[in-house]
Design a binder for this molecule. Structure first.
Ligand code: EPZ
Length: 428
């Protein structure tokens, strides 16, 4: 695919954006529920499917496995009846982290799965020990040759597994594996992000018996055979990270920006930060409107990322841009990943003032006008943060590596142009 870049003309601090952005289905909820199609005896019909690169990679991976995939216009039908292999190809798997979610259902369904170490955003080391230890706890054996893992089990057996870190995709993969186990599996310290809840609610709807959904104590009862029902459908949850990213843009550069088709109950931590800063919002049933940002007396703030319902690590970079403008200073404490503050160096090149303490902590000083620059997206969320920075900057910016942004944000330049952003996609 030819390299592309975004050209963005900055507003130089003027608050000119206004209008409505319809939020798409969530990447991080869509990927696990689509992986769960491997636990279903027949076709599953999905709607509100986001047109993003990671979803295309997941469809490619499933097709490589022999699964039937038909999709168009935000709908997809996945039928794993024709599943033909349990080997995840290196080429596609290494392009996105969520490929690893497939390991759990493949192990449960086939008794063995082979896969490479997954790829994905370079935001830290991102090991997979919690997956492998979980599979061993379920009675599987794990071997690794030249970076390809083989996990196999005659029969998975329910177990008690204490997750040392409440890993989101490890919880998702192990829940699906545990459905194929004999007996009951208890996952302690499980993730209960909205995306994990959405996955559990989907499989429960079609026969799975899971207790403790939405809590760190998940109890998964082994399920005889595959999930089945006359028709199986799933509406993918709206993307809280897309909604949050665009609300931050609206707070910085909008007079009145509304995001629709979203879940305000998934945005509590961001709305609390807006309240602290004095940013006015209007919260509806499935929409949030944010009004322009008005200067408040100098204050100090803390943005400490934390598992849900705490401040999402995936909104940390967009929030970092916001705090370069809010008078005062903000301690950013990224507790989840050790490599997710690098984008601050790029913001400094634009004029931000940052004190770097360690790989998890930095202080952003507010009230610093930004200048347009040429930037390179290092990951999905920092890429979107660079677009936000470019929009509020003085002058024109170029943002490269837009594939990384397209991995997690659907039709980003179209949605932004609709509220008044001067952005165009050109070949790099
Ligand atoms: C999911 O990644 C999301 N991706 C990430 O979103 C998100 O940032 C992250 O959860 C945290 O909320 C998807 O859902 C597809 P983790 P995941 O396992 O599951 C360590 C985006 O931009 N860990 O919860 O990979 C890990 O290194 C992406 O949409 C281990 O040590 O994250 C990290 O420090 C970026 N061993 C911590 O756990 C393991 O086996 C939390 O990671 C697994 C993880």
């Amino acid at each position: 695919m030819a390299e592309e870049k975004f050209i963005v003309d900055g507003l130089a601090g003027a608050q000119k954006l206004s209008g409505t952005i319809r939020i798409s289905g969530s990447k991080n909820a869509g990927l696990p529920v689509i992986a769960a199609s491997l636990m279903c005896a027949g076709p599953v019909h999905y709607s509100n499917v986001p047109a993003i690169e990671d979803m295309s990679r997941m469809f490619e991976l499933l097709s490589d496995l022999g699964v039937s995939v038909t999709q168009a216009n935000g709908e997809a039908t996945i039928d794993a009846t024709t599943l033909a292999t349990n080997v995840l190809t290196r080429e596609v798997s290494e392009r996105f982290r969520a490929s690893i979610i497939l390991t759990g259902p493949l192990l449960a369904r086939c008794g063995e799965v082979q896969f490479p170490h997954p790829g994905g955003c370079v935001i830290g080391n991102r090991p997979i020990d919690i997956f492998l230890n979980g599979f061993e706890a379920l009675g599987a054996t794990v071997t690794e040759v030249d970076g390809m893992y083989t996990v196999s089990a005659q029969q998975l057996v329910g177990c008690d597994y204490f997750m040392p870190i409440s890993s989101v995709t490890a919880t998702e993969s192990l829940v699906l594996a545990a459905l194929g186990a004999d007996g009951i599996t208890r996952i302690h310290n499980a993730s209960f992000e909205p995306e994990v809840v959405a996955l559990c609610e989907f499989v429960i709807q079609y026969g799975a018996h899971i207790e403790g959904v939405g809590t760190p104590e998940l109890i998964i009862h082994g399920h005889d055979g595959l999930l089945q029902s006359e028709t199986m459908e799933c509406v993918i949850t709206p993307d809280r990270l897309e909604a949050g990213s665009y609300l931050i843009l609206g707070a910085l550069a909008g007079s009145e920006v509304t995001v629709t088709n979203c879940r305000p109950d998934h945005l509590g931590a961001l709305l609390e930060l807006f309240r602290q800063i004095g940013i006015t919002t209007e919260v509806g049933e499935s929409s949030v409107t944010v009004f322009g940002y008005t200067q408040k007396p100098q204050q100090s703030y803390v943005i400490k990322t934390h598992e849900f319902p705490g401040f999402p690590t995936d909104l940390q970079a967009p929030a970092g841009v916001l705090m370069t403008q809010v008078p005062g200073e903000t301690l950013i404490f990224e507790t989840i990943f050790e490599g997710r503050l690098h984008y601050l160096h790029d913001l400094e090149r634009m004029g931000a003032r940052v004190d770097h303490w360690d790989s998890h902590r930095a202080t952003v000083h507010g009230g610093t006008p930004l200048k347009g620059r040429t930037l390179k997206s290092p990951d999905i969320r920092a890429g979107l943060a660079f677009i936000i920075a470019a929009i509020i900057a003085d002058g024109t910016s170029e943002i490269h590596n837009v594939y990384l942004i397209d991995r997690g944000y659907e039709r980003v330049e179209e949605k932004l142009a609709n509220i008044g952003v001067a952005i165009s996609r050109v070949s790099a």
